[in-house]
Design a protein around this ligand. Structure first.
Ligand SMILES: N[C@@H](CCC(=O)N[C@@H](CS)C(=O)NCC(=O)O)C(=O)O
Length: 224
């Protein structure tokens, strides 16, 4: 295995933030290659060869290319030493860590559907208001479980403290807040603030540049 500098193919404000943030937490230098959703750059042959589904993030690392952010997070934890961001196999928190790592994508798929409806359909007449309502409700239900997990003063997803599952989730919670009113989720609001206060989070934000997905803080359901 080589340990040369990885290359992260990313879009500011997308799931690639998870990987960039984790690299910052781990103190691993990275080369960034930037794309945009709407400018056709994900459809270019060079990128399609790296990421057949034409999605970001894609991570070139140690002679391989990974195209799932959760796999990147786990792989980085497994191959970059000197951190406490992943409970080892056999540790009593290992299963919980895996569960929350992947739960971030239960939220992520709902957010993606809402991104499509609110932001990316070329004509608002193509929207389905019932689908938008259902997806918003389903996202709120999934967030409620996270709110409950963070009850009783629990600062992070694992009782033992901050881990890479919080990195996976942190981006997701930030994105979800564009569609679900967090007024009913005080634990999640505090969690989001706690994560955003981390030096590595802020370092990753500075590195990734300005996101162009969301031009508003909150997108309410359209009036019927
Ligand atoms: N499960 C994948 C999802 C990747 C994904 O859908 N990424 C979005 C950005 S957050 C994307 O590239 N979308 C481009 C498109 O759908 O055309 C992961 O976690 O990496």
């Amino acid at each position: 295995m080589t340990t040369s500098k990885p290359t992260l193919h990313s879009i500011a404000g997308s799931r690639s933030f998870r990987v960039l943030w984790l690299l910052c937490e781990l103190g691993v230098d990275v080369d960034l290659v930037d794309y945009q959703i709407t400018d056709g750059s994900l459809q270019q042959d060079g990128f399609k060869a790296l990421s057949p589904a034409r999605r970001v993030p894609a991570l070139e690392i140690d002679g391989i290319t990974l195209v799932e952010s959760g796999a990147m997070v786990q792989y980085l934890c497994e191959t970059r030493a000197d951190h406490s961001l992943m409970p080892a196999v056999g540790n009593e928190e290992r299963a919980e860590w895996l569960q929350w790592l992947h739960y971030a994508e239960t939220l992520g798929t709902g957010i993606q559907n809402l991104n499509m409806q609110h932001l990316f359909l070329p004509d608002p007449a193509m929207r389905s208001i019932p689908v938008m309502g259902i997806e918003t409700k389903r996202l709120a239900i999934a967030l409620k479980a996270l709110e409950a997990r963070l009850a009783d003063g629990r600062a992070y997803l694992l009782a033992s403290g901050f881990s890479a599952a919080d990195v996976m989730m942190g981006f997701t919670v930030w994105a979800a807040a564009h569609y679900v009113d967090f007024a009913a989720f005080p634990n999640l609001t505090a969690y989001q603030d706690r994560l955003a206060a981390r030096a590595a989070y802020q370092q990753a934000q500075a590195l990734e540049g300005v996101q162009q997905f969301y031009t508003r803080d909150f997108y309410a359901l359209p009036e019927v």
